[in-house]
Design a protein around this ligand. Structure first.
Ligand code: KIV
Length: 270
């Protein structure tokens, strides 16, 4: 019998990793090439984030990206991921208004892209949608704290959960997501002490972005991690490369070589 080379990460694997105290790594990807690179580097979860709206489509917020556009990105990412769990963000407007619409949107994502789970933002206000999707057999990851799809409600991208009312609400929302059956949740831009409290009061894997170290894993946007973006500088980003400068200098060199007829050389001709 042919030996399987890759063991796929599943939602169950994530729970096992939490039990074993093994931290979970998660990064975004929006296309086949990046997905394949991240997968070959053994990332645990690839998130087809609606941050595609910012870094890919050039929009100011995540609000405009559509379901069709997310499915397009997700399809390409799925093709590149042999080992990682692929989670797709449900875009704004596809799950908030009614649970039937939410289920239809989640089914489209799963059927058309081949992804393994969906992620959506919010707490108790979206609990009916979450239940409906989970009851249909689709794994759901939550997203609490800074929820960029609600930027026009909050008006800022500041740290969330700094006052007691907001912090208590976040704890309640995290507990409710777990109760509803979400396999995990992202906690974005909240005080690390609050993450610690949420961690003590829940059992499911918590993935942080700007939420400190008292969580079970970390997620970043790949464009930030490799320094393709250089204008967005919140303190939670760690840049491992400066590809923005590297690409600009490669392009400048190419332009120089073309203008001077240095490129192509004899070896680069037929
Ligand atoms: O869309 C996205 O990239 C995200 C991460 C920042 C968690 O939701």
């Amino acid at each position: 019998m042919e030996k399987k080379l890759f063991k796929r990460i599943t939602t169950r694997t994530l729970h096992e990793m939490k039990k074993m105290n093994e931290k979970i790594s998660m990064l975004t990807a929006y296309d086949y090439t990046f997905s394949k690179i991240l997968d070959e580097a053994n990332i645990d979860i690839i998130l087809v984030g609606d941050s595609a709206s910012n870094v890919f489509a050039g929009n100011e917020t995540t609000v405009p990206i559509t379901l069709d556009e997310m499915i397009y990105h997700a399809k390409s990412v799925v093709k590149g991921a042999k080992r990682a769990l692929v989670v797709v963000d449900m875009p704004f407007g596809t799950y908030q208004s009614n649970p039937d619409k939410a289920l239809k949107s989640a089914i489209r994502i799963m059927k058309e892209s081949g992804a393994h789970a969906v992620k959506l933002e919010g707490g108790k206000e979206v609990s009916e949608s979450i239940s409906k999707i989970i009851n249909a057999g689709i794994p759901v990851m939550g997203h609490l704290g800074l929820t960029p799809q609600s930027i026009y409600k909050f008006g800022t991208y500041n740290v969330r959960g700094k006052n007691k009312i907001e912090a208590d609400q976040l704890i309640e929302d995290a507990q409710s997501l777990e109760k509803l059956g979400c396999f995990s949740t992202v906690l974005e831009k909240i005080p690390h002490k609050l993450s610690e409290e949420i961690s003590k009061k829940t059992k499911f894997p918590l993935i942080g972005i700007g939420a400190g170290n008292n969580v079970d894993g970390q997620v970043l946007v790949i464009h930030d991690l490799i320094g393709l973006t250089n204008e967005f500088n919140p303190r939670f980003i760690r840049r491992y490369l400066d590809l923005n400068s590297s690409i600009k200098s490669a392009v400048s060199q190419f332009i120089k070589d073309v203008k001077s007829s240095d490129f192509p050389s004899k070896d680069e001709m037929y």
